[in-house]
Design a protein around this ligand. Structure first.
Ligand code: BDR
Ligand code: CA
Length: 317
């Protein structure tokens, strides 16, 4: 039986790459997309989610629009400089024909999990606002979700917004601290591993060469994103962020994890930092005491993951 997958997303070039990976993997059954600000404003995220599904011929997958800003802080802006002003690498695709369902993302998340007890993998790959709202709306989801797989955070390496913070956690640190503390089976697929997996120009060209229209679409949308990596990181390829969360859901043996309580710093120069209790034993109480342990990916078989991604996208219609 494929795993029911619900992705909370801010598409976003790598979000689109992740969604197409999931749609073309028989281990997964995409039951919905919920949208969030982050790479783009939430209205654009919703349009892009619909566009990607329409491209894939999967208009049957519902899209629910989520929060337009963080829980407690104003929206600082979006990442047009990373993903293009349209979020899809300036590919300027026509507007979608379909529409989002008439239900806020957090309600959709709650309903989907409660209707399928123990079956839904919840996969946030943007700021965690919708997920925190959903937990507060109906805490029963904590015991009814199969697993939560988050792309975000940096436990053993620097962030990518600044030395402390990764973009998705930085986007809403208060929400992230709620989500990491909720007490559900949670795995963090953060920069510790996603920056070790690089799709270079040769890989993306080979993908296009071997595949069909899905591979060509991915090649197209990654041009702008590649250029960003070249300018900012001096890298001849792109970091494989959101597709890595999908890879974890397909085959967790691609990764090695460590386990411990996680706090997210919400204020100060390190706001958005994921700070993990990697020791576990202390002589006194502190802000990590009683935090439920979470799994954090720290190693990845990048070669095998890249081969899996290529295989699925090349075989896609
Ligand atoms: C994360 O931030 C966004 O730009 C990407 O889509 C990914 O989810 C990487 O830090
Ligand atoms: Ca994302």
């Amino acid at each position: 039986m494929p795993k029911k997958l619900l992705i909370d997303t801010d598409p976003g070039v790598d979000d689109a790459m992740a969604i197409l990976f999931a749609l073309n993997s028989p281990e997964l059954d995409l039951v919905g997309l919920t949208t969030i600000y982050g790479n783009v404003y939430v209205e654009q995220a919703t349009e892009n989610a619909l566009r990607i599904l329409e491209f894939a011929g999967r208009r049957d997958v519902p899209v629910a629009q989520g929060a337009a800003k963080p829980l407690l802080t104003p929206l600082e802006g979006v990442a047009h400089f990373v993903h293009g002003s349209d979020g899809l690498g300036e590919t300027r695709q026509p507007p979608p024909t379909g529409e989002a369902v008439d239900q806020p993302a957090a309600e959709f998340i709650v309903e989907t999990i409660i209707a399928n007890p123990g079956e839904v993998t919840l996969m946030p790959v943007g700021p965690l606002t919708n997920i925190a709202i959903a937990v507060e709306l109906d805490p029963r989801i904590v015991d009814n979700v199969a697993q939560v797989v988050i792309m975000g955070g940096a436990a053993t390496v620097n962030g990518n917004v600044n030395p402390a913070a990764e973009a998705n956690i930085w986007g809403d640190p208060h929400a992230a601290d709620i989500v990491f503390g909720a007490g559900w089976p949670l795995t963090m697929v953060g920069l510790d591993v996603t920056m070790q997996i690089v799709m270079d120009a040769t890989y993306l060209d080979a993908l296009k060469e071997a595949g069909g229209r899905t591979a060509a679409y991915i090649h197209d949308i990654t041009r702008f994103y590649l250029d960003f990596h070249r300018r900012i990181h001096g890298l001849g390829g792109l970091h494989t962020h959101d597709p890595s969360a999908v890879a974890y859901a397909i085959d967790p043996t691609l990764f090695a994890t460590i386990r411990g309580g996680m706090r997210v710093l919400t204020e100060g120069i390190a706001a958005g930092m994921t700070l993990m209790d990697r020791r576990g034993e202390w002589y006194g109480e502190h802000a990590w005491t009683g935090r439920p342990p979470v799994d954090v990916c720290v190693e990845v078989d990048a070669e095998r993951l890249l081969a899996l991604y290529l295989e699925r996208i090349v075989a896609a219609p």
